[in-house]
Design a protein around this ligand. Structure first.
Ligand code: GLU
Length: 470
């Protein structure tokens, strides 16, 4: 069965490069009705792997990815790795090397002086003598000394490494018995039944070493896909400042998970010139053979654009529940749908959405000075007073609930006013600034009583502010 995996080292959070690799692996597995496994590469025991696993699970949950089976922790498999080290020793495919640190340093210095690639020279490969005293040996695997290691990369095509250029008998177990990175990755991928390894191309140079391990143990090779890196717009490695941060930080910044996934799937993969992909479409269309061969550039504007798209098209229930996380609780507001519709086209993030919503829901605490200067004079104050008085008695006079558009138009006609004479002062009274969605929407969300209250409060503030003359 096609099986992929995501194999992060425990850094304590999941960053977007990792999420992209996980997404590709997930899509490829699910599309093929296969399995997607999670393995925490925590052989470096100093890092807290449970915390890392929890962080990954939290991020997976947020974006809606799920893995099969229990999480595999490398730190719990040392006995298993030992068994395979012993097997290779028994089969003479690996051996103890007793070189001391000083000898290794001397060898390296000699090679550097000759401008050769620093490498182990194989001096214990066929050693039969008595081991030197006082040296805890490492275990080295017998790597091919000549020929090439070739494999077909699902993205990059045929990849060949000359054995003499990159391989030597590398260490598979350190002097303290702990296994090394490339050794355990190969064992785990083989034992977990991984058929398709999708990972960043920063791991490309590890692959020949892992292939040596596969071959020594007689395991079938998986298919490898090495995904080019995500770079910043200047073509450099993506830093935290550019966006290489904790996936959950995107949540806090007000991104919808579907926008982030859509952004990531396109960051390195394409299907014609389509930009918007629902999760279902990703599942149907994703194929790692279409992953770009060159690195992709992180584009913050595009992520915002996608987020705006998904906000615009989200259901009321969805947005109302998302907004709760940002301190906006409108579930019981009688005009919640008008509010959502008034803002969904304007907000690029949920943070912006929440800010704009708060500005409408809560009476302003202060009024934008520039806007006041520009739009308020004695005539405007008079218009506001009249308008408030008119709205206050509208329902009682006409015996119908106020329809702000109709009522306001009638008011303007009666007093021969133009829209701009009324709209901007009313906006400032409602939200504290001259920027807001349609003034009729704002008025109807705020509601009759509060409209009157906000205008009266604004007028009062203006009249008591004797530092300004109007
Ligand atoms: N643990 C490695 C990393 O976090 C990934 C190893 C792999 O995918 O083979 O970069």
């Amino acid at each position: 069965m096609l099986t992929t995996r995501f194999a992060p080292s425990p850094t304590g959070y999941l960053h977007i490069g990792g999420l992209r690799t996980a997404l590709y692996s997930y899509l490829w597995a699910r599309k093929n009705s296969g399995r997607f496994l999670l393995r925490i590469e925590d052989t470096d025991l100093k890092r807290n792997s449970k915390e890392a696993a929890a962080a990954i699970e939290e991020a997976f949950k947020w974006v809606g990815l799920s893995h099969d089976d229990e999480i595999v922790y490398q730190s719990e498999r040392f006995d298993l790795y030992k068994k395979y080290i012993q097997k290779l020793l028994d089969e003479k495919k690996a051996y103890y090397c007793y070189m001391s640190r000083e000898e290794l340093d001397a060898l390296r210095a000699e090679q550097q002086a000759k401008k050769e690639r620093p490498r182990y020279d194989g001096r214990y490969r066929d050693f039969n003598g008595t081991p030197p005293e006082g040296v805890e040996p490492v275990v080295r695997i017998k790597a091919p000394t000549e020929g090439t290691i070739t494999f077909e990369d699902g993205i990059k095509g045929e990849i060949s490494f000359k054995a003499e250029d990159i391989l030597d008998d590398f260490i598979i177990a350190r002097a303290d018995g702990t296994p090394t990175y490339n050794f355990v990755v190969a064992i785990d991928d083989a034992l977990m039944g991984i058929t398709d390894v999708i990972r960043g191309d920063d791991h490309l140079s590890n692959t020949p070493k892992q292939i040596v391990v596969y071959q020594a143990l007689g395991f079938d090779l998986p298919k490898f896909y090495h995904v080019p890196m995500i770079l910043n717009p200047n073509g450099k490695k993506l830093s935290k400042r550019d966006g290489a941060m904790d996936v959950m930080e995107y949540k806090r910044m007000g991104y919808l998970p579907e926008a982030l996934l859509n952004f990531l799937v396109r960051l390195g993969w394409s299907h014609g010139d389509q930009e918007i992909f629902s999760f279902q479409e990703m599942l149907e269309l994703f194929d790692p053979k279409d992953i770009n061969k060159s690195a992709s550039a992180y584009n913050a504007e595009k992520l915002l654009w996608l987020n705006a798209h998904y906000i615009k098209n989200a259901s009321y229930e969805r947005l109302i529940s998302e907004l709760q996380e940002f301190g906006v609780n409108i579930a019981d507001h009688d005009k919640k749908e008008i509010l959502v519709d008034a803002l969904r086209d304007r907000a690029k993030t949920l943070v912006e959405f929440a800010e704009m919503a708060k500005a409408i829901i809560h009476a302003p605490q202060h009024y934008d000075e520039k806007a006041v200067k520009k739009f308020i004079n004695n005539e405007a104050i008079e218009i506001l007073q009249k308008y408030a008085a008119y709205i206050k008695i509208y329902e009682d006079t006409l015996h119908i609930p106020v329809d702000f558009e109709k009522a306001t138009k009638a008011f303007m006609e009666k007093h021969a006013l133009k829209m701009k004479q009324l709209a901007q002062p009313v906006r400032i009274a409602m939200v504290g600034s001259s920027v807001s969605p349609s003034v009729y929407d704002v008025l109807s969300i705020v509601g009759r009583d509060e409209v009157v209250e906000r205008i009266e409060k604004f007028v009062k503030t203006l009249l008591h502010d004797d530092t300004k003359s109007f």
